[in-house]
Design a protein around this ligand. Structure first.
Ligand SMILES: [Zn+2]
Length: 147
């Protein structure tokens, strides 16, 4: 896989969604600064593994009839944050930050992470987007696989 090429393809997908997106950057995991529409991706992290809690939960909710790569699932989840962050209230945001800190310290299960309101909203957005733009997603996934 040519990482430069994958980034180029992923950037053009983001621009089809919304032309406000910053160019994608690479880091050790997937995350985003939603207000800035700035997304970071990884080519080697737990989230990309087929058996990870995140991917298993996402696939169960998406439905078996949709076949999307773990890279695009993770990318679109981050898009979901960028497209929905404004729906998170300050109260929810404080609660989410608290739970995320507890998870980091091992005081809460990592399973709780993706149940948080902002995480669920980001995933719901991604699922909705895939279902409604499946032909487009298939084209991008094919381009990524061939790069
Ligand atoms: Zn997230």
């Amino acid at each position: 896989m040519n990482k430069e090429k994958v980034l180029e393809i992923a950037n053009s997908l983001l621009l089809e969604i919304n032309d406000d997106y910053e160019e994608i950057e690479v880091d050790t995991c997937f995350y985003t600064y939603p207000v800035l529409k700035s997304i970071f991706v990884s080519f080697d992290c737990e989230e990309l593994e087929e058996g990870s809690e995140f991917i298993v939960d996402f696939r169960n909710r998406l439905g078996k009839e949709f076949n999307v790569s773990t890279f695009l699932i993770s990318l679109l989840h981050e898009c979901g944050h960028c497209e929905t962050w404004f729906k998170t209230t300050r109260k929810q945001e404080r609660y989410n930050q608290k739970i995320k800190r507890w998870i980091e310290k091992g005081k809460r299960s990592t399973l709780d992470y993706f149940k948080l309101a902002d995480e669920r909203r980001a995933t719901n957005w991604a699922i909705y987007f895939i279902r409604n733009n499946y032909e487009l997603i298939k084209i991008y996934d094919k381009k990524i696989k061939e790069s």
